[in-house]
Design a protein around this ligand. Structure first.
Ligand code: UDP
Length: 241
């Protein structure tokens, strides 16, 4: 085992989408299998592993206006998207004969998943089960980023591993439009907030800073990155309070 005994991994919905094309929408079986490999490789190290699953590949509540529907309903739809992704990941992990994988949802959905109960999630993790956390916080007007920080704190994770799609850390400017953009190896939340870097929701960052959470931001497509970070390598960007 490496430096962390327990981690929460944040997988954005885009991580489930194919790379061909590509607006980061829909789901792709190759990406799904890759995600299962990465999560399993962390668990194989003996690290207690929970995964907060996003749903932006399927629906985002902040697009409510363009669909002509209310924000609260749109957020419910977004939360259901996270459950779809989590069930897919459950399937892919279970097909690999991982020991035991549980899906827990913040939105009550008894016939497809367990309800999220903090102490029960904690027990699953202590027993070596991979826990997939879906439905975000169960509340509208926030995102899966906020849920990832909140769950990391609730479950006393040593670190939150934020897997991004298409970028391998935090940069001082957008690397897609600025070829000379520099990647930070380390950053504080204060610096990130002051420089308005777009990594996560501001609300998630504020909570992470306030509670002193340790976070790593890295490229989801970099095979082995999650496990390497757990073993002690600082891949991507490390963010601390
Ligand atoms: N969502 C929500 N409450 C939460 C988490 C998510 O209402 O606690 C909704 C929100 O509409 C969001 C959507 O679910 O846009 C999908 O989650 P998100 O966009 O955060 O996923 P990601 O960006 O990680 O793919």
């Amino acid at each position: 085992m490496g430096r962390y005994a327990r981690v929460v991994v944040k997988l954005s919905g885009e991580a489930f989408a194919g790379t061909a094309g590509t607006a980061g929408t829909g789901t792709d079986p190759v990406c799904l299998a890759g995600l299962a490999d990465e999560v399993a490789s962390v668990h194989d190290l003996g690290v207690q592993t929970a995964v907060v699953v996003g749903g932006g590949n399927l629906f985002r509540g902040r697009l409510a206006g363009s669909w002509g529907i209310g924000r609260a309903e749109a957020d419910d739809i977004g939360m259901l998207g996270t459950v779809m992704n989590a069930l897919m990941l459950w399937g892919a992990l279970t097909a690999r004969s991982e020991p035991d994988v549980r899906v827990m949802t913040a939105v009550a959905m008894q016939s497809v998943a367990e309800p999220f109960i903090r102490l029960r999630a904690d027990r699953h993790l202590r027993r070596g089960r991979i826990v997939l956390l879906a439905g975000g916080t169960g509340q509208p007007y926030v995102t899966a980023d906020y849920a990832a920080v909140q769950r990391s704190l609730e479950l006393s994770a040593d670190a939150l591993l934020v897997a991004k799609r298409g970028v391998d850390g935090v940069y001082d400017s957008d690397p897609k439009t600025h070829p000379d953009a520099k990647r930070y190896e380390h950053l504080t939340y204060r610096e990130a907030l002051e420089r308005s870097v777009k990594v996560m929701d501001t609300t998630a960052f504020v909570l992470a800073e306030e509670q002193g959470l340790l976070m790593h931001v890295f490229d989801v497509a970099a095979a082995g990155a999650m496990a390497a970070i757990c073993e002690g390598r600082d891949i991507g960007t490390r963010i601390t309070a």
